[in-house]
Design a protein around this ligand. Structure first.
Ligand code: OXD
Ligand code: MN
Length: 590
């Protein structure tokens, strides 16, 4: 795509800061051309066609998957890279033990050397974008400069990008600066740097989603969490879902689970047949920006405009909405191919793969056909249950907040925190098995507070303090829950069917928030008794139910001790309230 003059926004629309920054980045990176993205469909079509011609994208079977393309990333660039992701604050203490830290001057020097001349022979794309509805006071803007056309296509789906965003930036004069280059995709020259005090991001050496689509994890979580603390709100790794009960009342829930633990599935849940009259609508599947409202409630907006979801496991039984959604206008990354040029992944019931995700003839001896972290990028508007409220500039009011992890044992199916302060402890002590979403060994249990371990842009101790302060502003605070869909028996089988059946648990939460459904008090919080949940048509044995609803005091005493050890890393900055709540739980456990 040549740099056509008509694509350059007329000058009055460009803030002088953006123009000056683009100029200084081009002086450093030396691109062959500069292209200002206008965010139009024509631009996306033109770029897609070029990438197909250049064999960067592969067009999928146009009858079965119209408008769908496959992109294969470099095989050593398939996931987020937490070990080279840094938060570069002036004081190391501000980044906290939860982040890798580098002094800003050192990080800038390192990155300047990498970016120097890196776009020779490449086009520099300028992507102005807005996270959140364009007319929302809660939305925040950024500009990503990248040399990756794949990033341009993804950002066009994932954010509200182009001319309208540039206009808002020109009006506001404030934006997050994200500089990205794929470099040579050399893992030894790969760094994702964040400068929260400067509202800046510098990412080099990776083209993978979470490392390269800078609006997503880098801006909407790491930088936004920092901005949110200063401005009195919260930027969270949470889905947002609307539930309408058979009486026609709608409530919104926000839920934080670590990466690849089912946020997209819960946000797109299909009610089981035995729960007629329930309606589910998606507001967001990954990130929520939460604001205390003038009415004392917590309000949520989804800053994203699309989904970057995990493909394997998606089928008509697990998530029919997602399966239908990704049958058109979807960009697939690292899935396998069938003989008919259809995308294929583990869990897709029909057909067999002939080429694996690397484009090699499929041989099961070489591992799965689709990469376990293969992804779909698709516009939220393609979602058959997209909530009309997702575009509401005020957001939606939240009735319940949910934390959860992937744990074989210890955590019961669901429990309710005693109050907000206890809920902050529950969130801060989330533990979960690692997944393929990040480089490293999968299946290892680690603490992942609020599912934000890889994403909080500052010291967790200050973040928990901020959570307590936000709660203090709410006169109608949401109740806080913990769930675990992943409990297993001694043979390793899941005890709970999950997916649509999770609605039974959500329905109990809503009844707790509204009509006061039943529960039993335990040392860790309130649990439903099996009779408190809607069990109509549920196929789970009574032994499994007993295990799902049990609190093993020995395991929990050990858990409390481990949480205490974990908190001790945060020293004197740790809010005393969390230790007080932990002491209450310990005492109740006896
Ligand atoms: C994601 C992640 O891509 O959490 O959403 O890794
Ligand atoms: Mn995520």
């Amino acid at each position: 795509m040549a740099t056509a003059p008509h694509l350059i926004a007329p000058l009055p629309l460009i803030s002088t800061e953006v123009a000056a920054w683009v100029e200084s980045v081009s002086a450093l990176t030396r691109p062959r051309a500069v292209h200002w993205c206008d965010g139009s469909q024509a631009e996306v079509r033109e770029l897609t066609a070029r990438l197909v011609r250049e064999r960067e994208l592969h067009q999928l079977n146009a009858e079965e998957f119209p408008g769908c393309y496959l992109y294969r990333s470099d095989p050593n660039d398939v996931a987020r890279v937490e070990h080279v992701t840094y938060v570069c604050t002036r004081s190391q203490e501000d980044a906290g033990p939860n982040n890798h830290w580098m002094a800003p001057a050192e990080a800038h020097d390192k990155m300047r050397a990498l970016f120097s001349g890196c776009m020779r022979e490449r086009t520099l794309y300028v992507i102005p974008y807005c996270m959140g509805p364009l007319d929302s006071p809660y939305a925040r803007c950024g500009v990503e400069i990248t040399d990756s056309p794949y990033v341009v296509l993804n950002m066009a789906i994932m954010t509200r990008s182009g001319r309208a965003a540039l206009e808002r930036i020109a009006r506001e004069g404030k934006f997050v600066r994200g500089l990205h280059s794929t470099g040579e995709l050399d893992p030894a020259r790969r760094f994702i740097m964040h400068f929260p005090e400067e509202l800046g991001i510098e990412s080099f050496g990776s083209g993978y989603g979470g490392n390269a689509l800078l609006g997503k994890k880098c801006h909407a979580l790491r930088i936004a969490s920092w901005q949110a603390r200063q401005e009195g709100w919260l930027a969270e790794h949470m889905l947002i879902v609307g539930l309408t009960n058979p009486q026609g009342e709608t409530h919104y829930l926000a839920a934080a689970f670590p990466s690849a633990c089912g946020k997209t599935n819960l946000a797109m849940l299909i009610p089981p047949q035995s729960m007629p009259g329930w309606k589910v609508e998606t507001v967001g599947d990954d990130i929520a920006w939460l604001h205390p409202g003038p009415d004392g409630r917590l309000w949520a907006v989804n800053p994203e405009a699309g989904y970057f979801g995990v493909v394997p496991g998606t089928n008509r039984d697990t998530n029919r909405n997602a399966f239908d959604m990704i049958r058109r206008d979807t960009l697939f990354t690292n899935v396998a191919l069938t003989a008919d040029d259809e995308p294929w992944w583990e869990g897709r019931k029909k057909f067999t793969p002939v080429l694996d995700w690397k484009g090699q003839p499929y041989d099961p001896k070489n591992g799965p056909a689709a990469h376990p972290n293969s992804r779909f990028t698709v516009a939220a508007r393609n979602n058959p249950i997209y909530s009309p409220r997702a575009d509401d500039p005020r957001g939606v009011p939240i009735s319940a907040l949910i934390f959860g992890g992937r744990r074989r044992e210890v955590a019961p199916l669901v429990y309710e925190a005693r109050n907000w302060q206890h809920g902050v402890l529950v969130g801060a002590s989330v533990a979960s098995e690692t997944t393929a979403a990040a480089v490293g060994q999968a299946g290892v249990v680690r603490r992942d507070p609020m599912a934000m371990l890889p994403f909080c842009g500052y010291n967790f101790a200050d973040y928990w303090r901020h959570w307590l302060e936000v709660g203090a502003k709410l006169t109608r605070a949401p109740k806080i829950y913990h769930v675990n869909w992943f409990r297993r028996d001694a043979q390793g089988r899941f005890l709970w069917p999950g997916y649509g059946e999770n609605l039974r648990v959500l329905a109990w939460m809503l009844d707790r928030c509204t009509v006061g459904a039943g529960a039993t008090e335990t040392p860790i919080g309130s649990l439903p008794r099996p009779a408190d949940l809607n069990m109509n048509g549920l196929d789970v044995t009574s032994e499994a139910l007993a295990a799902l609803f049990s609190v093993d005091r020995t395991l929990w005493r050990q858990e409390v001790a481990e949480i205490g050890d974990y908190f001790s890393r945060y020293g004197a900055r740790l809010p005393a309230e969390l230790l007080q709540e932990l002491a209450v739980t310990q005492k109740l456990l006896g």
